[in-house]
Every structure is written in structure tokens, then in C-alpha cells.
Design a protein around this ligand. Structure first.
Ligand SMILES: Cc1cc2nc3c(=O)[nH]c(=O)nc-3n(C[C@H](O)[C@H](O)[C@H](O)COP(=O)(O)O)c2cc1C
Length: 215
């Protein structure tokens, strides 16, 4: 039973591009067969609380002496990690907010990145339970971040997610990107608006292709 964990984090519930593209992916996934399950978590409308205690970054045997994190948060963390571990494929909507990821998505990352549980600490061979599993990031950005331009490296969301999901957890990461999403609203030149439309259409096509390939 191939299972997709679908996460959205855009705070725009009406015109979000990342929500639309993740929806395209998830709809394609469901269309692959009745056995293709989708587990959905909306990190914006059902936001996780920030980690209340730094000791939750580690499993009990690696916590400092005397650590006593909230049992409720520990239970929530176990639930979030179990949801991740049950996924064959993970799909994440990543709107660019202040050159970074939304804080709601960052909170999820803080729950799931636990050395010696989901990431290597002292025994890399046995501590990457998500190794090789695909994670597809749907990255949407209001501005332009083209190669060879001064803003090329100004997106700090994808590099951070790559460090955690690909390098630490060992997942097979791919990103589908749509930029210039604010170009129409703010009266950008016609060629910029055309580029935005083309990128958006290509992102939806890429989402369909990826869902079929990974499903
Ligand atoms: C709080 C906030 C911060 C933003 N910061 C940036 C930014 O740093 N760079 C950028 O290109 N766009 C920025 N934007 C625009 C969004 O990236 C853009 O609207 C994108 O399409 C959001 O994804 P969504 O369409 O899925 O909601 C910001 C939007 C919001 C709401």
C-alpha cells in the first residue's frame, strides 16, 4: 500500500501556488490506484507548537542529566516521527518566507530531526530509517532567483531542507520550483509574467510526472 505523506505550509488558503502544486501531485498519486494512500498534514492550519524543551532534539539516552521534557510533547513528537516513518514518499509545500522556510515547517523539522532516531549519531548504518525514500519539495517564491543573477543563492529554505532531509536523513530529495509568483500582482513586465505562467505550468507537469514515477 504505497503511502504518501503530504505536508502544506503556505499561510495562503486561497491563491497559494505551492498548495495547488502539491494538490496536483496528491491527486495524481490517488489516481494511481485505490491502494495509494495519502496522509495529509496542514502545518499552517494545524500548526505544531514549537519544541518546548531542547532535550527533545535527542532520544532519552542522549539527553542531559535531569532533562524532563513535557510528556505530551514527547508523545506528539513520537506521533510525528511515526507518521514520517510510515511514508513511502514525502511531499512538502515550501513557500519562501523571508528567504527561509515558513516557521510552521521549521517546527515540523525540529520534531523529526532526532539524532540516533532519524539521523546518524554514533552508528550511521542503522540510524537512517528514511534512507533512500523520496521527498519532493514544492518550492514557490515571489521573486526571481535565476542562475547567474545576484539573487541566485538567496533562497535559504531549500539548502536547509537539503541538509536535514537529504544529508542527515538520507532521503532522495527532488525539488520542483515555481518563481515570480508575485509578478502579476505587482505589475511586473509582461515577459516576467509570461515566465511565471510558464514556470507554474511546468511545475504542475513536473508534479504529475514525479507522482507517476514515484507511486
Ligand atoms: C511572510 C512572507 C514572506 C515572504 N518572503 C519572501 C521572500 O523572502 N522572497 C520571495 O521571493 N518571496 C517572498 N514572499 C512571497 C512568497 O514566496 C510567494 O507569495 C509564494 O508564492 C508563496 O507560496 P504560496 O503561493 O504557496 O503561498 C513572502 C510571502 C510571505 C507571506
Amino acid at each position: 500500500m504505497p503511502s504518501l505523506l503530504h505536508l502544506d505550509s503556505s499561510s495562503d488558503l486561497t491563491t497559494s501556488r505551492s498548495r495547488a502544486i502539491t494538490q496536483t501531485f496528491a491527486d495524481t498519486w490517488r489516481g494511481l490506484g485505490d491502494d495509494h494512500v495519502v496522509i495529509y498534514r496542514d502545518l499552517h492550519t494545524d500548526a505544531l507548537p514549537h519544541l518546548s524543551d531542547a532535550s527533545l532534539h535527542f532520544p532519552p539516552h542522549l539527553r542531559p542529566a535531569g532533562a524532563s521534557p513535557s510528556a505530551a510533547q514527547e508523545a506528539l513528537q513520537s506521533e510525528i516521527i511515526a507518521e514520517l516513518l510510515a511514508a513511502d514518499v514525502v511531499l512538502i509545500g515550501v513557500p519562501l518566507y523571508n528567504y527561509s522556510m515558513p516557521s510552521t515547517l521549521k517546527a515540523w523539522i525540529d520534531y523529526i530531526h532526532v539524532p540516533a532516531v532519524t539521523a546518524p549519531f554514533d552508528d550511521p548504518a542503522t540510524q537512517q530509517p528514511m534512507a533512500g525514500r523520496p521527498v519532493v519539495l514544492i518550492s514557490t517564491r515571489g521573486g526571481a532567483y535565476d542562475r547567474g543573477t545576484p539573487t541566485e543563492f538567496d533562497d535559504h529554505a531549500l539548502p536547509a531542507l537539503k541538509l536535514i532531509l537529504e544529508d542527515a536523513l538520507g532521503m532522495a530529495l527532488e525539488a520542483i520550483v515555481a518563481t515570480r509568483t508575485l509578478s502579476e500582482r505587482f505589475g511586473a513586465p509582461a515577459d516576467e509574467v509570461d515566465k511565471q505562467h510558464a514556470e507554474l505550468a511546468a511545475a504542475h507537469e513536473a508534479a504529475v510526472e514525479a507522482a507517476r514515477r514515484l507511486g
